[in-house]
Design a protein around this ligand. Structure first.
Ligand SMILES: Nc1ncnc2c1ncn2[C@@H]1O[C@H](COP(=O)(O)OP(=O)(O)O)[C@@H](O)[C@H]1O
Ligand SMILES: [Mg+2]
Length: 267
């Protein structure tokens, strides 16, 4: 089977700082894959390299067997790769519905300008996509916010709206950057269940960045652990949580906080 995502020997430097060192990763279609590690480990940088936000100087990335190393973001998104951001990046003054519709802009025929001013082109394409957007809002329990500016949604709903927006383009690979960031425990638990369900319902492959171990341990089949840009462990969560270098990376520097520990939990 051709991997959906294959990263080979990827490096990235910010000036003298090595943020990603010789990183390799193979994600198979249907995987729910976790990328974890302490703050500053290089996780978001890996996403920015995959999605063409940063240029790649060393290493190669293949998406569905195609070399996308030199592609720019819009082309990568159009090819079926979608992401969310660690810091929410909604268009805060646009409605929840328009935010979801804009998720289709990379694949379809209008841009922010058209959406803002509801040009004829926007209206034509919008009709085709608004049904789909409403379906997604319903799936995420956000229908009541369809006409509400994104800034007025509760925080947890804004995070979920971002996922809905990513899904409208029907991606085959979804990258989630700390989707549970800033959520309380109950919200994070709901989100874990939602991601698990979406993975099944949409036949998605998901690569998930998490800082909180608990989230990944409950969700992912395979996990890669980064620390200071280096891959220190890879395998199923049960093995990862026993790994001495992982224990050291999490406990050694950040302390035994309830947010990240215990590694295993029952939910
Ligand atoms: N745009 C940037 N410019 C300079 N340094 C950066 C930039 N983005 C990230 N870094 C640095 O690269 C390292 C990895 O950051 P990041 O990928 O955001 O880590 P993580 O997502 O694992 O918390 C950190 O030391 C961070 O300070
Ligand atoms: Mg990050």
């Amino acid at each position: 089977m051709t991997p959906i995502l294959e990263i080979k020997d990827l490096w990235h430097f910010f000036g003298g700082l090595c943020a990603v060192a010789d990183f390799s990763l193979t994600v198979q279609p249907g995987d729910l894959f976790g990328l974890i590690g302490p703050n500053g480990a290089g996780k978001t940088t890996v996403f920015n390299l995959i999605t063409g936000v940063f240029r790649i100087s060393r290493g190669r990335i293949f998406f569905r067997g195609e070399d996308i190393t030199d592609w720019r973001s819009p082309r990568i998104i159009a090819a079926g790769l979608a992401r969310t951001f660690q810091n929410i990046r909604l268009f805060k003054d646009l409605s929840a519905l328009d935010n979801v519709l804009l998720g289709a802009s990379a694949r379809h025929d209008y841009h922010l300008w058209d959406a803002l001013f509801h040009t004829p082109r926007f209206q034509r394409v919008e009709q085709r996509w608004s049904k789909r957007a409403y379906e997604l809002l319903a799936r995420f329990n956000l229908t009541r916010y369809a006409a509400t500016p994104a800034r007025h949604l509760p925080y947890g709903d804004q995070r979920r709206l971002e996922i809905a927006r990513a899904l409208i383009s029907a991606p085959s690979l979804l990258l989630l950057d700390e989707p549970a960031a800033g959520m309380n425990e109950a919200e994070a638990t709901d989100l874990i269940n939602l991601i698990r369900d979406l993975h099944r319902e949409f036949s998605l492959t998901i690569l998930l960045i998490e800082h909180q171990m608990r989230v990944v341990m409950n969700l992912c089949q395979q996990v890669t652990v980064l620390d200071f840009g280096e891959t220190i462990a890879q395998g199923p969560p049960q093995e990862i949580q026993q790994h001495p270098r992982v224990l050291e990376a999490y406990l050694g520097r950040e302390g035994n906080t309830s947010e990240q520990w215990p590694l295993s939990s029952n939910q």
